[in-house]
Design a protein around this ligand. Structure first.
Ligand SMILES: C[S@@+](CC[C@H](N)C(=O)[O-])C[C@H]1O[C@@H](n2cnc3c(N)ncnc32)[C@H](O)[C@@H]1O
Length: 422
């Protein structure tokens, strides 16, 4: 990592240290797919880097914890952890990955679930009264099979972490059990897709979970505090202090997390209408309704980019408003980080730049300016190439995601940015 200022972030070269992974990831890291999950070794390397820089790390936070990559690495490295994410599916996965389980109990719960699944035979007429969106995504046979699994989980296990873990496994098989186009980052039906048997998917996923738990239980771990909350980080008013924040903020107008997790949020009864979960989600194109564009509230980089996108238009398009809203939200985010970090603590962010209609959306430069304005010092950065993002990293000329690899690559590099609060 090298010292950078707001203006020279674009000039730094790729640092191989942040590209290479020397160890295999724990099985638990892949128990549930999650868009824009970062590789676990980034968290591991960030711990060593922060320690080399003199941070004494007892507590770690991820303010956009997603599926809990940092949470699990903090647990494995015997650090306490605090995580927030606005998406309830994210926090379900993050909690499942970082909780402690007794293998014997898991096995006995699975046996009961299997029995209850066999015993429950709902009438096919239940499909008629199902949520319309679920009917859109699932064939009648798979809907009924999933209903039987969910019912079996609820009958077999009392509320608590074991039931939640089985809900997480259930959630992880929903896309494969549906008409959702495999690996698509948009909610898109694949009319050719053949139905897979949900019970087989669930049982396989359970076997994987057993192996994942066994692997973790074989590590010598202290019982550190891990707390994960479904929470809009910007709306937070009080903060528990931590030594290190590691986080990858959402990108502007890229993933619609609420839309991408609609199968899980509908099945798990987080909502009847997944669109309500878009509210407050940073970077969502649907999060700028009612947002009043006030250029003067943006920092220099934010103003410059929004001006460039506006061109000679007087009224901002919804996309321009989304970018402005994103920058405002990120300014609040960094402000809140300063309230959360202990003296001499470090914030470490993973962020990439994007492009829209030929205008570079410089999230990295904007983030550094936010950090400088909020009193961070010793700001350092490195650049890495992205090799294994879960979902397609390509965008077409209109800035839309595409699987066509001949299109411009936008997300093939990202920045690691650290700063200290003294
Ligand atoms: C890039 S992802 C983080 C991925 C994570 N590093 C992982 O490995 O899974 C960004 C996350 O920010 C969350 N998010 C968006 N707006 C938020 C808000 N206002 N408060 C908290 N989390 C938010 C999204 O739900 C998403 O999970």
């Amino acid at each position: 990592m090298i010292n950078v200022s707001v203006t020279d972030i674009g000039d730094i070269g790729i640092d191989d240290k942040w590209n290479n992974c020397d160890e295999n990831e724990l099985i638990m890291h892949s128990i549930h797919a999650y868009p824009a999950k970062f590789p676990a070794f980034i968290a591991r390397k960030a711990f060593s880097y922060a320690e080399e820089e003199g941070v004494k790390i007892e507590s770690v936070a991820d303010i956009f914890c997603g599926c809990g990559t940092v949470a699990l690495e903090a647990k494995i490295h015997n650090k306490s952890f605090l995580g927030y994410d606005i998406n309830p599916v994210a926090t379900l996965i993050a909690k499942t990955k970082s909780n402690n389980y007794i293998l014997k109990e898991l096995k006995s719960y699975f046996k009961i679930i299997e029995k209850e699944y066999e015993a429950y035979a709902p009438d096919h007429s239940v499909y008629e009264s199902a949520n319309e969106r679920l009917k859109y995504w699932f064939s009648i046979n798979n809907y009924i099979a999933l209903l039987r699994i969910k019912h079996a989980i609820e009958v077999a296990i009392p509320r608590g972490k074991y039931r939640d873990a089985f809900y997480c496994l259930f959630s992880s098989i929903l896309k494969a059990s549906s008409h959702w186009l495999t690996k698509s980052i948009k909610p898109q039906v694949d009319p050719e897709k053949l139905d897979k048997n949900p019970w087989h998917l669930f049982a396989d996923q359970y076997q994987k979970f057993e192996r994942a738990v066994e692997q973790i239980n074989n590590c010598n771990l202290l019982n550190q505090r891990i707390n994960i909350f479904t929470q809009n980080f910007i709306a937070k008013k009080s903060f528990e202090p931590v030594d290190l924040i590691i986080s990858s903020p959402p990108y502007v107008t890229s993933y619609e997390y609420a839309d991408l997790h609609q199968l899980s949020s509908l099945w798990l009864d987080y909502t009847d209408d997944y669109k309500t979960l878009r509210k407050g989600s940073i970077g969502s194109v649907y999060n700028s309704d009612g947002f009043n564009l006030q250029l003067e509230e943006l920092n220099n980089c934010g103003q410059r980019i929004v001006q460039e996108l506006l061109g000679d238009k007087q009224t901002p398009s919804s996309k321009v408003k989304s970018v402005a809203r994103y920058y405002t939200d990120m300014q609040h985010t960094i402000h809140n980080c300063t309230k959360m970090l202990r003296k001499s603590g470090m914030a470490f962010f993973v962020v990439g730049d994007t492009e829209y209609k030929g205008v570079k959306i410089q999230n990295s430069e904007h983030l550094i300016e936010c950090m400088v304005n909020e009193g961070f010092s010793d700001i350092k950065a490195a650049k890495r190439t992205i090799s294994n993002k879960l979902l397609t990293p390509y965008r077409d000329n209109a800035g839309k995601f595409t699987s066509d690899k001949s299109s411009r690559t936008i997300y093939h590099e990202e920045f690691l940015i650290s700063g200290r609060l003294f």
